[in-house]
Design a protein around this ligand. Structure first.
Ligand code: FMN
Length: 327
């Protein structure tokens, strides 16, 4: 049987399939299901600073209504540090209940809370942490460098603050992705997760109002992370996790071939059920045996730009001439 075991951020994994941060990994039961279904590791649903603030606010509002002004002050000062208690409990219980590494995920806004929560997450026993950093570059008053600095400062602060390995999950909206990747790795990120698929907004033309877009991805969306994993593999000094569009064995194998250390799967599990984990792994093993690969290292990165026989294909942006032209 072909060997799927691998390493990610220094963690030993039985295979390179990681269940991405999403609703399926928000509870101990969810994590256990992913682990029992064969996943190599699990990333917990993110802890959002806004979520904790909202919870704090509603407690504050209740207190205000009842007129307990002393208690109100106490809650507004204390609730933020106490906020993630429930999340920390999920980490502890998920570690005890599952056979695989549990990676926590954090999304903050203020610099102070990134460090504070990350320390608490590490102390709770998480095997690793994923920083879900998402800055919408919609403010015309902020330069690209200022936005990039936000990412870099968070990574620098965390590299000093915690001992567990951490990954940085980013979106594709940077002018120079290669430069940003290099800087993040240089400042202490153990891995980059490419690319987050953000909340989508859509338009309902009958109601003439804004509506949520599609929650799940389509397999076509694999192209963007595939190109960038392929361009960066072997060149950036950290691991690379692929996310977005890998729904089945084919997408999973493609990402490993272009150089992904691991592949994160989310929409494929929402669409086809948790059993899809076993199917992806079985299809990958069958493919490895068919092509004579005994381990993942035997083929990982074979088609990255650094190793491919046609590196120019990763850089081509324009359709110069295609056989469908004129149709
Ligand atoms: C319902 C849902 C909830 C998600 N929640 C989070 C989250 O809390 N944190 C995060 O980093 N990504 C979150 N994601 C993004 C996924 O982790 C993943 O990166 C994205 O869905 C692309 O991968 P896919 O094509 O396999 O779905 C969520 C995705 C979905 C569909």
């Amino acid at each position: 049987m072909a060997d799927l075991s691998t390493k990610y951020m220094g963690l030993e994994l039985r295979n390179p399939l990681i269940v991405a941060s999403c609703g399926l990994t928000k509870s101990v039961d969810g994590v256990k299901k992913c682990s029992d279904a064969g996943a190599g590791a699990v990333v917990l649903k993110s802890l959002f600073e806004e979520q904790i603030k909202a919870e704090t606010r509603s407690t504050e509002e209740d207190m205000w209504l009842y007129g307990h002004s002393e208690a109100f002050e106490y809650v507004s000062k204390m609730a933020m540090p106490l906020g993630p208690r429930e999340y920390l409990k999920v980490i502890q219980d998920a570690r005890a209940a599952s056979d695989v590494p549990v990676i926590a995920s954090l999304n903050c806004i203020s610099p102070r809370w990134w460090v504070d929560y990350a320390k608490q997450i590490a102390a709770a026993g998480a095997d690793g942490l994923e920083l879900n950093i998402a800055v919408m570059p919609s403010d015309a008053g902020r330069t690209s460098q200022e936005i990039e600095n936000i990412y870099l400062e968070i990574v620098e602060a965390l590299a000093d603050a915690i001992d567990i390995p951490f990954a940085v999950k980013i979106g594709p909206h940077f002018t120079s992705i290669a430069r940003v990747a290099d800087e993040l790795a240089g400042r202490g990120a153990s891995a980059l997760v490419l690319f987050n698929r953000f909340y989508q907004v859509d338009v309902d033309i009958e109601k003439i109002e804004l509506a949520p877009g599609l929650k799940v991805s389509s397999p076509d969306e694999i192209s963007l992370p595939l190109r960038w994993i392929g361009l960066l593999a072997g060149r950036v000094k950290c691991d690379l996790a692929a996310t977005t569009g890998a729904h089945d064995g084919e997408g999973f194998i493609k990402q490993l071939l272009v150089g992904a250390s691991v592949v994160q799967v989310c929409s494929g599990l929402y669409l086809h059920g948790i059993e899809q984990i076993g199917k992806i792994l079985a299809d990958t093993q069958a493919w490895m045996e068919k092509h004579g690969f005994a381990s993942v290292d035997d083929f990982r990165g074979k088609l990255s730009q650094a190793e491919s026989e046609h590196p120019e294909l990763f850089e081509r942006l324009q359709y110069i001439k295609t056989h469908t032209e004129g149709k």
